[in-house]
Design a protein around this ligand. Structure first.
Ligand code: IPD
Ligand code: CA
Ligand code: CA
Ligand code: CA
Length: 265
């Protein structure tokens, strides 16, 4: 596949930040760790990766705005372009030596996500997508899974922990979904969960209380892989409502119906 100049910029930045993340992953016991809130860790690795990504992306596209998990929004001189970046998605996995974490970079043009990169430096899996041009894993085209029956499906979810989010609601939703599907998983890195749906590994994924940097690249990845995405109310305000359901057309619809049923109980 011939990669666009834009994707080349994004991939080069992700690989550069990925190299330092991988080094830090090997020496995680020496990392400075602080708490942003209950069970909300941030490490020197998160901050360093964000600095690298910001510097590389700014060098290639001066003037674009930058929204990063650690530094918040820094407006640029070009109001129509903003990078949306999670420098390390899955910090808790990272801290525990679990190689399920990623860098997520999306480019928003006006109100549309036009390109996305999700990169796991631990196994060098690189997911990329550009609007209208498909989604790829290590340069091979990916598609969402085709399964049509919940009974055959493996579903991934995120869950509230230590007082973050509505645990009672999650328990209801989990119970209803769990009864109907072949398997239910919680892997702990939302951007990768989305990339894995795009690659057909998970049949669907849902999570509440996510931030734009967790979802922006993944939403494009799933759509470009032929999948369907909604918020947990069935609308298209994923970033605004901070929630997501995705899968192929049937799976997205079925999980939405199950969550609605769970919340009526
Ligand atoms: C977290 C992960 C996790 C999700 C949390 C996110 P972080 O991101 O994506 O899977 O359940 O809601 O905050 O903090 O590791 O970048
Ligand atoms: Ca975090
Ligand atoms: Ca994240
Ligand atoms: Ca993060």
């Amino acid at each position: 596949m011939l990669r666009s100049a834009l994707l080349n910029v994004m991939v080069a930045a992700a690989r550069k930040a990925g190299r330092t993340l991988k080094r830090d992953f090997g020496e995680v016991e020496h990392l400075q760790v602080s708490l942003k809130g209950p069970a909300n860790f941030v490490t020197a690795a998160d901050r360093k990766a964000e600095e690298t990504l910001k510097a590389e992306l700014e060098k290639a596209r001066p003037g674009y705005g930058f929204l990063g998990e650690e530094g918040g929004l820094q407006a640029g001189s070009d109001p129509s372009h903003t990078w949306i970046v999670d420098p390390l998605d899955g910090t808790t996995n990272f801290l525990h030596g679990i190689p399920q974490f990623a860098i997520s970079i999306a480019l928003q043009r006006d109100d549309t996500i036009v390109a996305g990169v999700i990169y796991n430096p631990a196994n060098e899996e690189l997911f990329i997508a550009e609007r209208g041009k498909g989604a790829f894993l290590n340069d091979q085209r990916i598609r969402v899974a085709g399964r049509q029956r919940l009974a055959d499906a493996v579903i991934c979810c995120g869950l509230p922990h230590l007082g973050r989010g509505d645990l009672a609601q999650f328990r209801k939703e989990f119970a209803v979904v769990q009864e109907r599907v072949a398997g239910l998983r919680r892997f702990g890195a939302a951007a990768l969960d989305l990339a894995w749906v795009a690659a057909g590994r998970f049949d669907a994924f849902w999570e509440r209380n996510l931030s734009p940097w967790d979802m922006a690249a993944g939403i494009l990845m799933i759509r470009e892989a032929g999948g369907y995405v909604s918020d947990c109310e069935g609308g298209d305000q994923m970033l605004g409502r901070k929630s997501i359901i995705c899968g192929n057309e049937t799976m997205q619809r079925e999980i939405l119906a199950l969550l609605k049923a769970a919340n009526r109980e």
